[in-house]
Design a protein around this ligand. Structure first.
Ligand SMILES: NC(=O)c1ccc[n+]([C@@H]2O[C@H](COP(=O)([O-])OP(=O)(O)OC[C@H]3O[C@@H](n4cnc5c(N)ncnc54)[C@H](OP(=O)(O)O)[C@@H]3O)[C@@H](O)[C@H]2O)c1
Length: 232
């Protein structure tokens, strides 16, 4: 079965594939090669990595190896906590691009709101204006962090990647993001495989009724509330 690759539009008009493949924790070379080539074969074009995952280079290699043009992929990476501040972020961005072997990123996110995230954002705004990043955003930001960022930014954050699944739906933050036209991206959309979620009696009942798996039901829930999902 081919992947349903719907896109969601960011506030600047960029189309983001709603379903992406996250590469967190895939570190063994052989495992990585198989996982990424299978994901590409299944139709994934949106890949989510981060400096801290330690596999940007391996992801870049697999994407180049498959022979599909770079422009057909949507590649996300993230600024790690030790690279905060204007200068360090510029340097971290260059290192990430070099590891991935790309000359632009589709999306670059601040991984956590550590102290100098305003300096980090200034660097990201410049990189965005220079055309080196198509979508800039954040991850794990709470309302208080977003308020401060929106107040000081010239370009508002376009997306916030946060833990989201039916047991942790993030209603308040979801409504806040919607109000500011910031996209809601879900990490751990399947609750990291947690049994309390995947064996929840109500979800099992719905799955039985629709002849689907609980994981499919949970992903449909995400699609319907219009989150962008990164599954592993
Ligand atoms: N921004 C951040 O701070 C942050 C944090 C965490 C993750 N992320 C991103 O989000 C991505 C996904 O997060 P995640 O891996 O933590 O969570 P997830 O996608 O919710 O959970 C992955 C786990 O779900 C289970 N699973 C996957 N497909 C399944 C299926 N069809 N049926 C039943 N179970 C299934 C597997 O568990 P078992 O192996 O136990 O079967 C798998 O290891 C990461 O790769 C990363 O890119 C970002």
């Amino acid at each position: 079965m081919k992947l349903e690759n719907k896109t969601i539009e960011a506030m600047n008009g960029v189309q983001i594939p709603q379903l992406g493949f996250g590469v967190y924790k895939i570190t063994k070379e052989q495992e990585f090669e198989t996982a990424i080539s299978e994901a590409i074969r299944a139709g994934y074009r949106h890949f989510d990595t981060a400096k801290i995952y330690g596999n940007e280079q391996a992801l870049g290699r697999e994407i180049q190896k498959c022979g599909i043009p770079r422009a057909e992929f949507f590649i996300t990476s993230k600024v790690w906590n030790t690279d905060h501040g204007y200068k360090a972020t510029k340097r971290a961005f260059e290192q990430t691009c070099s590891k991935l072997n790309v000359d632009y990123l589709d999306m670059y996110l601040i991984h956590f709101a550590s102290p100098d995230y305003l300096g980090t954002w200034r660097a990201m705004e410049e990189l965005y204006t220079e055309g080196k990043i198509k979508v800039i955003g954040v991850t794990n930001f709470e309302i208080q962090h977003l308020e401060k960022l929106i107040k000081h930014a010239n370009i508002p954050p376009m997306i916030n990647q946060i833990e989201t699944h039916p047991e942790f739906p993030q209603h308040e933050l979801h409504d806040y993001l919607k109000k500011y036209k910031i996209l809601h991206e879900a990490w751990a959309p399947l609750g990291q495989g947690n049994k309390a979620l995947l064996e929840h009696p109500e979800l099992k009942r719905i799955a039985r009724n629709h002849k689907k798996t609980v994981a499919q039901i949970v992903l449909r829930w995400h699609m319907q509330i219009a989150t962008i999902n990164i599954v592993s």
